[in-house]
Each structure stands twice: as structure tokens, then as C-alpha cells.
Design a protein around this ligand. Structure first.
Ligand code: NAD
Length: 356
């Protein structure tokens, strides 16, 4: 199959494309506008494949999307393009509304027009996978897990924009018959993640002996999923998920932010000892809590495991080790981000709180 992927130059999209090119027969058309979060370096190997095409386009540009669909004739769409960082959505929600909501609307309209003109049997095969998040379900107390039946209760502008996109996707299925599936994954980590997110920023600051800031007392709980496990799950949902249904994806790895950051520090002490820095845990500092900070996310992925025969391969321990090993083996990637940070806002960026 030929799959049109939006946001394929981002963290999860690039992992998905690497997986599709290396492990499957599918061909990929990657549509990405290349925001600050994109990194085409993550696609260097995949882009050598004749099964890979890249087009720079914005999902808010319906004409460009319609053109890409007409030219490339994909058999399905996996939609990942989004503004993805909660802290940025609190500071400046505008792009989250236009990209995540309006962009999804434009893509749905382009997809609908394309789908309605598709001939059988290709029309039977076509599907639209919307890659969503567990954050649309809001916050959990200390007990319980999100299931696909949990009510939507988004709290941050990011979560609200993703929830809005999900509602549009559902409506385009119910109203126009567009064959859609929606996936909700927990927090991802792994190679190539932009270091505004908790794990890569912690690791980079820890490696340089800089302060590692945590919101509140670091008691918020997140459920961590290795990005390659997510990529495999997305392919299962895309290929075998039931039209109109939603699938939760998570690895059942709940950690408080404080314990996670301590584990990153401990692992780096072991993998990259630096006598000048000492035990990196001492770099942890607490800062005032994020506005509306959700207390806990935790995913029940039983439906995806049972119906789609998917299981995560990595525990947090093994996935974190792979991620940190990857960073240590790619100092140029680290240097590029440190240089970028220092150029933009030297001291303040390094002390910026680290949202998940
Ligand atoms: P990312 O920020 O790393 O990448 C987003 C990509 O989308 C970038 O390549 C960017 O250039 C592109 N993009 C942004 N705006 C665009 C636009 N207007 N037009 C075209 N391209 C645009 O994000 P990510 O972490 O890879 O997340 C991918 C998707 O998965 C998002 O939809 C996100 O909401 C969802 N998700 C992420 C996580 C996570 O932990 N990172 C968890 C669950 C769901």
C-alpha cells in the first residue's frame, strides 16, 4: 500500500516512516511543513528508498493536500502533523488551534473529496488514521486507567486541540462515511525527540551538568511508551483496526516525573560517568507548577493488545537505555540542540521547566 503520512519529519512520524520502510512493503508519501520540531536527518536512511517521497506542505493548505492526493494516489492516510508541546500551547495557543484543529479539518475535506472519487476496490481499502493522545481524556487520580470508553475531558490547550480534531474525525465518519480509525497513545520517548520534552532535555542538561528543572514536586505520573513500539502499534491500527473505532496504545510503564528523571540521571552516571559533575541527581531543581498540570495519565491498552495482537517490546528500563545510548552515540545531534538553545535564550532556556 501507499500511505500518505502527515508530520513524518517529526519525532513519532519519522520513527513510523523508518519502521514502514525498513520492516514492511508499504510506500510512504511524507507531507510536512518542517516546523522547528521537524528533523529530516531522522529520515536520512529511509529517504534513500524508492518507496519514500517527501513533499513540503502545510496541512492547513487544502489545495496543496488535494494536489498531493491527486498526484500520489495513496491507499490511506496516517495523520500525525501537529503542534505537540503542552508548554508551548499554554504560552501561545494560536498555532495549536490552526494546525491541530483547522489543519485536521482541511485534511479531512481533502481526504473526503479524494475518497469519494476513488473507484472500487481501492475505495474498500482506504482508511484515515488520526494519531491522537491520551491527554484528551484529562487527568486521573491515583487509581484507574483510561479506556477507549473514558469521557473526553481535555485540560490544556494542546489536549483541547487534539480532542477537537478527534471530534471532527469522528463526525466525518458518521456524517460522510469516511473510513477512519483513531489511536490514543501515552507519552512517547526515544531517539530524535525534540529536547523540549522531558526525557531528552533532562538527559542533555544532565550530560552538561546544568540544572534539571521539574514542575511542582515532580509527583505527576506519566505512562511511557517507546516510540518504536508506538510505530508498530500504529501500523497494526492502520492495517487491522475496525473502521470508526478507537484504540489505546500504552506500555503500562507509570512513573512519577521525579522518579523518571532520577532514573535518567542514574543511567547516565553509569553510561557516561563525569567526575566533574558527580551524581547527576543533585542537579534536580523544583519550579512552580505548570498551569492546569494534569496529575496522572495511565493507559489500558487491552483492546489493542487483544484485537490487534500488539505488545510493546520495550520496558521503560530497556527503552530508556536504548534512548540514552543513542544520544551518546550522536553527539552532533546534542551539540546542534545546545547551540540552538544558547543562541535563542542562553540561561533561561536551560532552566526552562521540562514538560512531558
Ligand atoms: P513533533 O512535534 O515531534 O512533530 C510534529 C511534526 O508535524 C513536525 O515534523 C512538524 O514539522 C509537523 N507539522 C507541524 N505543523 C504542521 C503543519 N501545519 N503542516 C504540516 N506539518 C506540520 O510531534 P510528535 O511528538 O512526533 O507527535 C506526532 C503526533 O502524535 C502528534 O499529532 C501528537 O499530538 C501525537 N502524540 C504525541 C505523543 C508524544 O508523546 N510525543 C503522544 C501521543 C500522541
Amino acid at each position: 500500500m501507499k500511505i500518505l503520512i502527515t508530520g513524518g519529519a517529526g519525532f513519532i512520524g519519522s520513527a513510523l516512516i523508518r519502521h514502514l520502510i525498513a520492516e514492511t512493503e508499504h510506500a510512504v508519501v511524507n507531507i510536512d511543513s518542517l516546523t522547528y520540531a521537524a528533523n529530516l536527518g531522522a529520515l536520512e536512511d529511509a529517504s534513500q528508498s524508492p518507496r519514500y517521497i517527501f513533499e513540503r506542505a502545510d496541512v492547513r493548505d487544502r489545495h496543496a493536500l488535494a494536489n498531493a492526493l491527486a498526484v500520489h494516489q495513496p491507499d490511506g492516510i496516517i495523520h500525525l502533523a501537529a503542534e505537540s508541546h503542552v508548554d508551548r500551547s499554554i504560552a501561545c495557543p494560536d498555532e495549536f488551534i490552526t494546525t491541530n484543529i483547522v489543519g485536521t479539518f482541511e485534511l479531512l475535506e481533502a481526504a473526503r473529496a479524494y475518497y469519494e472519487r476513488l473507484e472500487y476496490p481501492r475505495r474498500n481499502v482506504f482508511r484515515f488514521l488520526n494519531v491522537s493522545t491520551d491527554e484528551v481524556y484529562g487527568s486521573l487520580r491515583d487509581q484507574g486507567l483510561f479506556t477507549e470508553n473514558s469521557a473526553y475531558a481535555p485540560n490544556s490547550p494542546y489536549a483541547a486541540s487534539k480532542a477537537s480534531a478527534d471530534h471532527l474525525v469522528r463526525a466525518w465518519h458518521r456524517t460522510y462515511g469516511l473510513p477512519v480509525v483513531i489511536s490514543h497513545s501515552s507519552n512517547n520517548y526515544g531517539p530524535w525527540q525534540f529536547p523540549e520534552k522531558l526525557i531528552p532535555r533532562t538527559a542533555i542538561n544532565a550530560l552538561h551538568g546544568k540544572p534539571i528543572t521539574l514542575y511542582g514536586r515532580g509527583n505527576n505520573v506519566r505512562d511511557w511508551l517507546y516510540v518504536e513500539d508506538h510505530a508498530r502499534a500504529l501500523v497494526r491500527v492502520f492495517e487491522h483496526g475496525k473502521t470508526g473505532e478507537r484504540y489505546n496504545i500504552g506500555a503500562h510503564e507509570e512513573w512519577t516525573n521525579l522518579n523518571l528523571v532520577r532514573r535518567v540521571c542514574g543511567m547516565l552516571d553509569e553510561l557516561a560517568p563525569a567526575p566533574g559533575i558527580g551524581a547527576r541527581e543533585r542537579l534536580i531543581e523544583f519550579v512552580p507548577d505548570r498551569k492546569g498540570h494534569d496529575h496522572r495519565y495511565a493507559i489500558n491498552a487491552t483492546k489493542t493488545q487483544n484485537e490487534l495482537a500488539w505488545r510493546p517490546n520495550e520496558t521503560l528500563e530497556s527503552g530508556l537505555r536504548r534512548t540514552l545510548r543513542w544520544m551518546l552515540d550522536n553527539p552532533a545531534w546534542i551539540d546542534a540542540h545546545v547551540a540552538h538553545d544558547e543562541q535563542n535564550a542562553p540561561a533561561s532556556n536551560l532552566r526552562r521547566p521540562q514538560g512531558e
